[in-house]
Design a protein around this ligand. Structure first.
Ligand code: 0O2
Ligand code: 0O2
Length: 264
């Protein structure tokens, strides 16, 4: 029986605060070096006392055995970010935290439609009253998974966890819609990355071609008419040519540069 809840919860509050700071700073580190962060945002909370007591009673476990008194939530943009975040946490196993268990509710979606990746950890805090190791639950999920879980959780709360059958079905359908949203967003993101790569390749080829044309001009060894034709060819490809057209033109100019003894 817990006599002083305020005192009991101190290490859990500290664990949540410390973990939040550590995980939020990871996001900042990615941003500072202009890298994409697999972490969109981090939230955390200490479970309500009434919910702790209820869970302990329901699961017939001691209060200290409850895994999510300290809860951290890591929200990612895309499903593919989740394994990246899991990797980051696994790399810290045995350092500032200990992994107790991993639960993959993404590959093994719950009956309700719930999806998330859970990692149960042991975390040591140093309080004014000494060192204490507490359990904490890290939930990793996408924005879409979070959207669904947040609303489903509040509906569950409203119905005291006894959701009517038809509503359950609709929530399951909504979970499938959230899955599809995740899939579509992943595809869009991949297409954007591809488009960006193609843009970079094109820009680099255009720069190389321009440099070679310039060299040929300055060498003064090539007939003006021939050079003008090459330049016109370049303008057309730059506007509407494929990457292959630009590559071929670059190769042709490379040969011409060698012929006129000029290297770039
Ligand atoms: P930012 O980047 O400035 O928004 P604290 O009050 O310090 O104990 P904290 O972390 O501020 O705790 O509050 P909480 O409730 O744990 O987490 C809220 C954080 O999650 C805030 O970030 C919110 O901006 C962010 N957040 C919540 N919902 C969303 C969302 O839908 N999209 C995005 N992008 N962020 C969300 P911070 O820490 O204030 O930082
Ligand atoms: P809170 O603070 O209200 O979120 P159990 O209670 O048996 O389902 P268990 O075995 O302790 O849970 O662990 P589990 O299922 O791995 O993780 C429990 C937590 O995951 C829940 O905490 C929720 O936050 C979340 N969760 C699990 N299933 C669902 C679900 O169907 N819908 C939603 N919205 N969230 C879910 P609590 O205890 O509900 O606490």
């Amino acid at each position: 029986m817990i006599k002083n809840w305020d005192e009991f919860l101190i290490p859990y509050e500290q664990a949540v605060e410390e973990l939040k700071v550590k995980l939020k700073s990871l996001r900042k580190e990615f941003r500072d070096v202009n890298e994409y962060s697999p972490i969109e945002f981090v939230t955390g909370r200490v479970k309500e006392i009434s919910n702790i007591i209820e869970k302990s009673r329901k699961k017939k476990v001691e209060i200290e055995e409850i895994e999510d008194i300290a809860g951290i939530r890591i929200i990612c943009q895309l499903v593919a970010d989740i394994p990246e975040v899991v990797k980051i946490i696994r790399n810290r196993d045995g350092k500032d935290l200990k992994i107790v268990e991993e639960r993959n509710y993404i590959d093994n979606q719950k009956e309700s439609g719930y999806r998330s990746y859970h990692i149960i950890i042991k975390y040591t805090v140093h309080t004014a009253f000494g060192e204490k190791e507490v359990l904490a639950e890290i939930q990793i999920r996408t924005l879409a998974m979070n959207f669904w879980a947040t609303i489903e959780h509040s509906i569950n709360y409203k119905f005291d966890k006894k959701i009517p059958k038809d509503l359950k079905k609709r929530l399951k359908n909504a979970a499938e819609a959230a899955n599809r949203l995740d899939e579509e967003m992943s595809k869009i993101k991949l297409e954007i990355v591809d488009a960006q790569e193609i843009f970079m390749i094109r820009s680099s080829l255009v720069a190389k071609i321009l440099k070679k044309i310039q060299f040929l001009y300055f060498s003064g060894n090539m007939e003006k008419e021939k050079l003008k034709k090459l330049q016109e060819e370049f303008y057309i490809y730059r506007e509407s040519g494929s990457i292959e057209d630009l590559r071929n033109l670059n190769r042709k100019l490379e040969e011409l540069n060698q012929k006129y003894y000029i290297n770039d």
